[in-house]
Structures are given as structure tokens and as C-alpha cells.
Ligand binder design. Structure first.
Ligand SMILES: Cc1cc2nc3c(=O)[nH]c(=O)nc-3n(C[C@H](O)[C@H](O)[C@H](O)COP(=O)(O)OP(=O)(O)OC[C@H]3O[C@@H](n4cnc5c(N)ncnc54)[C@H](O)[C@@H]3O)c2cc1C
Length: 326
């Protein structure tokens, strides 16, 4: 007898989208995440009185899959349109933000779910007769099916820890998935920044690929910038002490400060930030059949919030087709 129909590892966009879909089909689902709260790379940090998005900065909806969610988010005033391009361009495609921070999107997706547990770091996933055992320090769950939405190298490690036998083609495809890291600088200023309207700049030359003014985005009531390093700079400074990163990068960032003084600066690192080599389908069925093990996330359907959402929804449809029962 299983405790749940589906155990979802990861309360980022993909895991939460899948869980919502499965619960709408009356499946019993538990979502676990090692983070202190839901969101994964939808991450908002509070520093003193300021708030800063330090992972995803905005989201888009170019295909039809996310349309009804976006309508819901706008109706409920969870999200708002920020702009339709940066650097004076308008490509006609809305960029949406969440006033108060991008974690608000994950909280919205999670709020109606039955069982979401944060602070739970899964250690292994082991196949049994008619299901799976998912273990963490001090606990475990018996599930009919498992959905892994952790970054793919971490999902592989969980399967290896439980001795899951993978088809060699599946294993080599998953091992080929790669991610760029990102180093983020979070900077509090004593007055408004010099970042031009609409408050975001995409850059093609390093060390930064992106600068955002969280006040202009409606995330913070106090001047606070998020700067993302480009992949080359992030690789070069990976593992450096935060102070070393700040010493190296704050001078280059100062053009965005204008007349403002820096009140506080912090560094946040994302080891698995942006998938660069991806899986060719919206999800991966690592173990097929009535008691499946499926992988999903932005490495499967595009390195964006929208791609992660699509992947989670597609994986949810697949898992609902299986014979999982509690
Ligand atoms: C710096 C940065 C900037 C970005 N900017 C944008 C942007 O502007 N627009 C956009 O659309 N996209 C952006 N993205 C990409 C976007 O954030 C991701 O595509 C999307 O959030 C991925 O969602 P996910 O559910 O696939 O993965 P994640 O959000 O990474 O969720 C995976 C979850 O698994 C959990 N987990 C991992 N291992 C375990 C374990 N062993 N046990 C329990 N839980 C575990 C993690 O804690 C995490 O919460 C950005 C990403 C980064 C890092």
C-alpha cells in the first residue's frame, strides 16, 4: 500500500504545476523541497527593508499552455505586466512580474495543494514492487509514482543512491544535460538608481548579463538592484569568497548606481542556473510502466519559467495516465 499516488521532488514551477494538475484529477500528491520555502529559482530575498528577486526576474507566456494560468494570475492581481521589451524596444510580448517578488508565483501555485513540505532534502529514490520508496533524513514516503524536478545532475544522484536501473540511452541523455552557473549581486542603495526605464537592462558584454531595479519592478519599496553575471564571469569567479566577488564586481556595477551610495551588497550563487544542453522532450520517463519515475523541469522544455511550467504540466498528464493508486 502506498502513502501517496505521486511524490514530487521540488517545489519550483515544474513540480508545483504537475502537482496542481494531478490534484485536479483527484490524485493524492505530496511535494517535498529542500528549500526553506517554495519557489526554487523563483527566489525573492529580503535585505533590511528592501526586497530583491535574485533568480528569475520576470516571466513570459508565448505559447498557449500557460495562458489560463497567466489570466488567473492577472485576475487575482498576483502578477502584473511590467513591459514589452528592454533598451527602448517593444517586441509586443509582455514580461510579467509579481509585485512583492517572484516567489509569490510559487506561493500562488502551492496555496491550494494538500501536502507541500519544505526543508525536506530527499536522499534516495528506490524502486519497489508496485511503487517507490523516497527517503530523506528522518522520514520516507511510499509512492506509486515519482516526479523528480530537481536539476538533472541532482536527480541522477538521487536515482543512483537508490540503485535505480536506467536504460543506457536514457542515462547518457540525462548525463549530457548541462547548466551554466550564475552569480548574482544584490545591492541596496541610498537613493534611486540610474537603471533606465523600465528598470531592467539586458547586456551583451560582461561582466553582467542583466541589471534590474527592484523598486522599478514593484518588488521593493526601497532602492535595490539585482545584477546577474554572465556565464564566463560566473565560471571565473565560482568558488571565490563573497567579499572577493564584491571587490571584483562592484566597481563595474557602479555605472548603474548613479549618485547613490551602496548601503549593503550581498552575493548569491546559482550552481544550476540555466540549462544549456537539454533533453529533447518535455519530460523524461526514466522508468516506464504503471509505477513510473519521471523527470521534468526547465531542462526538458526550455530554460525559462514558461518552459518549466510546460514540462511540469506534460509530466503531470503522463503521470495521470499511469495506474498509480494509494
Ligand atoms: C539567475 C537566474 C535568472 C533567471 N531569469 C529568468 C527570467 O527572467 N525569466 C524566466 O522565465 N526564467 C528565468 N530563469 C529560469 C527560471 O528560473 C527557471 O527556468 C525555472 O524557475 C525552473 O523551474 P524548475 O521547477 O524546473 O526548477 P527549480 O526552480 O530549480 O526547482 C527545483 C527544486 O528542486 C529542489 N530540490 C533539489 N534537490 C532536492 C532534493 N534532493 N530534495 C528536495 N528538493 C530538492 C530545489 O530546492 C528546487 O526548489 C532564471 C534562472 C536563474 C537561476
Amino acid at each position: 500500500m502506498n502513502d501517496v499516488d505521486v511524490l514530487v521532488v521540488g517545489a519550483g514551477v515544474a513540480g508545483l504545476a504537475a502537482a496542481r494538475l494531478l490534484e485536479s484529477y483527484s490524485r493524492f500528491v505530496t511535494v517535498v523541497d529542500k528549500g526553506r520555502s517554495v519557489g526554487g529559482r523563483l527566489a525573492t530575498r529580503r535585505i533590511d527593508e528592501a526586497r530583491l528577486d535574485h533568480g528569475a526576474q520576470f516571466f513570459t507566456q508565448r505559447g498557449p499552455e500557460m495562458q489560463s494560468l497567466v489570466e488567473e494570475l492577472l485576475d487575482e492581481e498576483v502578477a502584473t505586466e511590467w513591459c514589452r521589451g528592454f533598451g527602448g524596444t517593444d517586441d509586443g510580448h509582455p514580461r510579467y512580474v509579481v509585485p512583492g517578488g517572484m516567489t509569490g508565483l510559487a506561493k500562488f501555485l502551492a496555496e491550494a495543494l494538500e501536502d507541500v513540505r519544505c526543508g525536506v532534502e530527499v536522499r534516495s529514490v528506490t524502486q519497489r514492487d508496485r511503487g517507490w520508496t523516497v527517503e530523506w533524513d528522518g522520514g520516507s514516503v511510499q509512492a506509486g509514482a515519482v516526479l523528480l524536478t530537481s536539476p538533472v545532475p541532482q536527480s541522477l544522484a538521487l536515482m543512483d543512491a537508490g540503485g535505480v536501473q536506467l536504460d543506457p540511452g536514457v542515462r547518457s541523455g540525462l548525463e549530457a544535460v548541462e547548466y551554466d552557473p550564475t552569480i548574482a549581486l544584490l545591492v541596496l542603495l541610498d537613493r534611486p538608481s540610474a537603471v533606465p526605464a523600465p528598470g531592467g537592462v539586458q547586456l551583451t558584454e560582461g561582466p553582467f548579463s542583466w541589471v534590474a531595479d527592484n523598486m522599478a519592478k514593484g518588488v521593493s519599496e526601497f532602492p535595490a538592484l539585482t545584477l546577474h553575471c554572465d556565464p564566463v564571469t560566473s565560471q571565473a569567479l565560482w568558488g571565490a569568497e563573497p567579499q572577493e566577488v564584491l571587490d571584483e564586481l562592484l566597481p563595474a556595477a557602479s555605472e548603474w548606481f548613479g549618485e547613490a551610495e551602496v548601503l549593503e551588497a550581498q552575493v548569491k550563487t546559482w550552481r544550476y542556473a540555466i540549462p544549456t544542453t537539454t533533453w529533447p522532450e518535455p519530460y523524461c520517463t526514466a522508468v516506464d510502466g504503471d509505477w513510473p519515475l519521471v523527470l521534468a523541469g526547465d531542462a526538458f522544455d526550455g530554460p525559462k519559467v514558461e518552459g518549466a511550467y510546460r514540462s511540469g504540466m506534460a509530466a503531470g498528464v503522463r503521470l495521470n495516465r499511469s495506474g498509480v493508486t494509494s
